[in-house]
Design a protein around this ligand. Structure first.
Ligand SMILES: Cc1cc2nc3c(=O)[nH]c(=O)nc-3n(C[C@H](O)[C@H](O)[C@H](O)COP(=O)(O)OP(=O)(O)OC[C@H]3O[C@@H](n4cnc5c(N)ncnc54)[C@H](O)[C@@H]3O)c2cc1C
Length: 371
């Protein structure tokens, strides 16, 4: 029987790059600890040593959770699973050469690659203004710490994330008796993708808490202490946080990958990219060909995670891959401050302390799984 040299053994193993420490990849890493994939060397590439959990951002903003409550130590998670951690930001991928380039010039070859890099919020024209984004998520705590003690923080975006952060900033100000009010500008109605009844419900909660709202107005210009909207309103602020909907990382488009009209790569139900079977993706950063209008929300990244892990394993073993089918209706819990939340499930909307307790339980259990 022929024996292999050390070099040959190394050459036989395949290299899997996990790019981004998002919701799906932390679960893939955790699964690798329980059941490593045979003959596969795995590297996780992410610019931060921490995973920040957006489900708990509102609680941190309001002062309920500490920094350690809302983040996970990626170094420890990867070390425990025998996965290499590389602290870098990916900038370009060359699928035909199977090489990933990172900022700073490092190049990593791969046999398979998976992306879970989330989305960003701040549009390019506002990059060099005082407007700030919490994305990447590792910037979140710093941004919020800056804003929550100022008198008139302004949020751009009336989706669930924007409304939740406005409400928690207002709750913090009320609790700490910091004068002023939180302001929110939205190009649609509050929670515009929901029914009118749900939209009105959240709007009335926000107004009752003292938040000033401008709906159906787009932010056109940002200056150091005021913004100008499409209705020509000038709104004073003491800091702008931009949460105006998910935008794609340009790396996919510049790498020549097949993307949707927003720049997100197109994915199959198996979570493989539409144009390359050895490239996978999950979470906000991918648009499924079968469900192009699926919300970009953490819920889907979490649900995709076990399918992603299993398909990465099956791909290396040349087995048939599983299909991900998004749930038709997902549960959303929007914290409204003072330990109350608005529960949304399809047409159902319920506003109560119990909804917040449920959110707290789900979020803590999620984090405990990895700690
Ligand atoms: C305030 C707020 C509250 C929210 N609450 C909820 C909620 O309660 N429930 C819910 O379902 N959704 C919620 N969302 C939406 C949710 O945050 C996103 O949908 C979710 O984070 C997407 O997860 P992901 O795994 O795709 O990416 P993320 O969790 O965003 O992770 C992306 C990772 O990739 C890394 N990364 C980014 N770029 C690169 C790169 N170029 N190279 C390498 N690594 C990179 C980042 O550092 C990060 O580690 C909320 C959003 C906000 C703003």
């Amino acid at each position: 029987m022929r024996t292999f040299t050390d070099k040959e053994v190394f050459d036989l193993s395949k290299r899997l790059l996990l790019v981004g420490a998002g919701h799906a990849h932390i679960e893939v890493v955790r699964s690798m600890k329980e059941q490593p994939i045979d003959d596969v060397e795995v590297c996780l590439i992410s610019p931060s040593e921490y995973f920040y959990y957006s489900g708990m951002f509102s609680g941190y903003t309001e002062g309920i959770y500490s920094l350690e409550d809302i983040r996970l130590d990626i170094r420890k998670l990867t070390q425990d699973a025998g996965v290499h951690f590389i602290r870098k930001r990916a900038s370009r991928v060359y699928p035909n050469f199977k090489k990933l380039f990172c900022q700073g010039g490092a190049v990593y070859p791969f046999d398979m690659i998976s992306f879970d890099i989330g989305s960003k919020h701040l549009p390019d024209p506002f990059m060099h203004t005082v407007a700030r984004s919490i994305k990447p998520n590792e910037q979140f705590a710093e941004r919020v710490d800056e804003l929550r003690r100022t008198s008139h923080p302004l949020i751009v975006g009336g989706g669930a994330g924007g409304c939740e952060l406005a409400l928690s900033l207002q709750a913090y100000k009320n609790k700490e008796q910091i004068s002023g009010d939180v302001r929110l500008v939205s190009s649609s109605n509050i929670l515009g993708s929901r029914t009118k009844r749900i939209s009105k419900k959240l709007k009335s909660i926000m107004q009752a808490k003292g938040i000033q709202l401008w709906e159906q107005e787009r932010v056109e210009e940002v200056y150091d202490d005021y913004i100008v909207t499409s209705a020509n309103n000038k709104i004073r602020h003491t800091g702008v946080l931009w949460l105006g909907g998910p935008l794609a990382d340009p790396l996919f488009e510049t790498s020549g990958i097949k993307v949707d009209e927003r720049g997100f790569p197109l994915g199959r139900t198996t979570l493989q990219f539409a144009d390359y079977e050895f490239m996978f993706g999950a979470g906000d950063c991918v648009t499924l060909l079968t469900d192009p209008n699926l919300d970009k929300s953490g819920v889907h990244a979490v649900k995709q995670a076990p399918i992603l892990y299993e398909n990465l394993r099956r791909f290396t073993a040349s087995e048939e891959l599983l299909a991900y089918e998004p749930q038709k209706v997902a549960l959303y819990l929007i914290s409204t401050g003072m330990k109350k939340a608005l529960l949304l499930y399809g047409p159902v909307a319920a506003y109560s302390k119990r909804a917040w307790q449920l959110k707290n339980k789900i979020d803590r259990e999620f984090m405990d799984k990895y700690k």
